[in-house]
Design a protein around this ligand. Structure first.
Ligand code: ADE
Length: 244
């Protein structure tokens, strides 16, 4: 891997994000040099005695909004004008594996963690390149959302050093993953499917593909509709769906 991938996180809770970067799994990617974390405390850029970072919204309404000035200075300090800035929020475009892959292909990202009701719209208009949503629910912590984005991205970046670890998983081919089994051969009366013990690679591959189709048909018909299935597979899935 040529360049380093810099992940800058702007937050009011730096300890939380630093903890995540220090955990063993992502920490190893940091040690390997796959990613370079950079956690910035927005509060360090507040200038008043109380280090205020939020205020009530103009026009009234519940909750507090992050002030644009401290956050703007924090963004300036990391050269955000010249970098790709992502703001996780429930109002964003859906964050998918394809988004993660696109972000992993850049040279780094800046993530803004929102709190309270949100951030001043002018920050979004001035700095933010994309607003991404993890799903149709509201988290109270922008840090959690940012960590989800980082997690999905860094492992692809790290995976570029070890590509076999990401090539076989859910969404790589538009379908969900096949089930996995390990020792023992029998657990609480449930046996590992015989085909997996057969050593017959072609049959195993075929079984796994079928399992992917079954699982995707059951849990995510929306994905199945978009997956590029050959005519044989399409027929199989139709049969399966008729039985459901
Ligand atoms: N922040 C709060 N809720 C969120 C969501 N659903 N997706 C992304 N960021 C969020």
């Amino acid at each position: 891997m040529d360049s380093q991938y810099r992940i800058t996180v702007l937050t009011l809770f730096p300890d939380l994000v630093q903890q995540y970067f220090a955990t063993s799994i992502v920490g190893k990617a940091v040690d390997r040099g796959a990613i370079v974390p950079d956690v910035v405390n927005i509060r360090d850029f507040a200038t008043d005695r109380h280090r205020t970072c939020d205020d009530a919204p103009y026009g009234g309404g519940a909750g507090m909004v992050l002030l644009p000035e401290p956050l703007g200075r924090a963004l300036d300090s990391v050269d955000a004008d010249r970098r790709h800035v992502v703001f996780p929020s429930p109002s964003g475009r859906p964050f998918t594996q394809a988004t993660a892959e696109r972000l992993a292909g850049m040279d780094g990202v800046v993530l803004i963690c929102g709190r309270y009701e949100g951030i001043d719209q002018r920050i979004i208009d001035h700095f933010v390149d994309e607003e991404v949503s993890l799903g149709d629910y509201v988290l109270s912590s922008g840090e959690l959302a940012a960590m989800v984005v980082i997690d999905a991205v860094y492992r692809l970046r790290d995976g570029m050093l070890r590509p076999e670890s990401v090539s076989d998983e859910s969404f790589q081919d538009g379908l969900l993953e096949y089930p996995h089994y390990t020792r023992p051969e029998e657990f609480r009366g449930r046996r590992v499917p015989e085909v997996l013990l057969s050593g017959h690679h072609a049959r195993i591959a075929e079984w796994r593909r079928r399992q992917q189709l079954i699982k995707t048909a059951r849990n995510r018909r929306d994905l199945l509709e978009r997956a590029q299935l050959g005519p044989e597979e399409y027929k199989r899935v139709q049969e399966l769906l008729e039985k459901e």
